[in-house]
Design a protein around this ligand. Structure first.
Ligand code: PEP
Ligand code: MG
Length: 325
């Protein structure tokens, strides 16, 4: 471990006026858990499990998945690991689960929709996660939630998976929180209802920007429109944070927005305290937050919420903080 990293790892993630912020890591491959720890991550806020299904002709077996989840959970213990159920489809094409050709895959059979269409494959996946919960703190998160009925259907399947694991005499945690990604505008609009039924919510701003602004996240020619500083996105984030506070449902963010220093400061001003990002970004974001106060961040967030364009928002935040970050 380099000296720089170990110094950064031991520094607290707090604003200059002492407000504690949690920084966790987004990981894809199991080996990245060690990288996450080395960069000072306080757990894994997003484990993208779809990478288990890539480049293979058959889906991974329950045991293969379990071994990988267990390794990640044990590496991070006692810190929590949020396992996201597979987000296959959209721009994440896979070889081992067959997807129908669609005109608009981003609006098609993706993530939880695909999972619910193949309950046996999904149950194996859930059982592997349930089994891993015996080895550390595991949370399960569902991607692409657009309606309460999807959350309820997943809960029924999760309970079934827990029963099946117990029936085999295998250990699992007494409680496994089940949360959702808020990355489809419908979930953000109905957030007060989701806050009452989900154990936690995590903002997926990559997709939330794509679906709210109707801009394909892979499009180069439209990249200039896909700004997480867009006022529509800020309002959605604000209302998700408020609903989380109001209903005592923890809210975090795991979209790439969290790893941009200016955006991270703005997010703290909007009330966000729990971030997940690629491990390599953690030291920089920690330093950025240590250079600003909550009072300033809140003042800038209030001002930013009054603007009507992403350029104005970004300019306002940059003017206040860019010289320091
Ligand atoms: C997101 O959509 O913001 C997100 C974190 O998930 P992914 O990038 O894997 O779709
Ligand atoms: Mg997403």
């Amino acid at each position: 471990l380099s000296r720089e990293l170990s110094v950064s790892r031991d520094r607290e993630a707090t604003t200059q006026d002492g407000v504690r912020v949690t920084l966790r890591a987004n990981v894809e491959l199991p080996a990245e858990a060690i990288l996450a720890r080395d960069h000072g991550a306080e757990g894994i806020g997003l484990y993208r499990t779809e990478f288990l299904y890539i480049d293979r002709s058959l889906p991974p077996t329950e045991d293969q998945q379990f071994e990988i989840f267990r390794a990640v959970v044990e590496t991070m213990r006692p810190m929590p690991v949020t396992l996201r159920t597979f987000d296959i489809g959209g721009d994440k094409f896979m070889s081992s689960l067959k997807l129908p050709p669609e005109m608009n895959p981003m609006l098609g059979l993706r993530a939880v929709r695909l999972a619910l269409s193949q309950p046996e494959v999904f149950l194996e996946h859930l059982r592997a996660m349930v089994r891993a919960s015996a080895y550390g703190e595991v949370k399960i998160m569902i991607p692409m939630i657009a309606s309460l009925s999807e959350l309820r259907q997943v809960r029924v399947l999760l309970e079934k998976a827990i029963e099946q694991v117990k029936a085999r005499g295998l250990p699992c945690a007494d409680e496994i929180p089940l949360g959702i990604m808020v990355e489809v505008p419908a979930a953000a609009v109905l957030v007060d209802l989701f806050a009452q039924e989900a154990s936690f919510m995590s903002l997926g701003t990559n997709d939330l920007v794509q679906y709210t602004l109707a801009v394909d996240r892979t499009s180069r020619s439209l990249a200039y429109l896909a700004s997480s500083f867009d006022p529509a996105i800020l309002r959605l984030i604000r209302s998700v944070v408020r609903a989380g506070e109001g209903w005592a449902c923890p809210v975090s963010i795991c979209g790439a927005m969290a790893s941009d220093p200016l955006a991270a400061v703005l997010l703290v001003g909007l009330g966000m305290r729990d971030f997940s990002m690629e491990a390599a970004a953690i030291p920089e974001i920690k330093e950025a937050l240590r250079r600003v106060t909550l009072v300033e961040a809140e003042a800038v967030a209030r001002e930013a919420l009054r603007f009507g364009t992403s350029d104005e928002v970004e300019h306002c935040v940059a003017e206040a903080f860019a010289p320091r970050l």
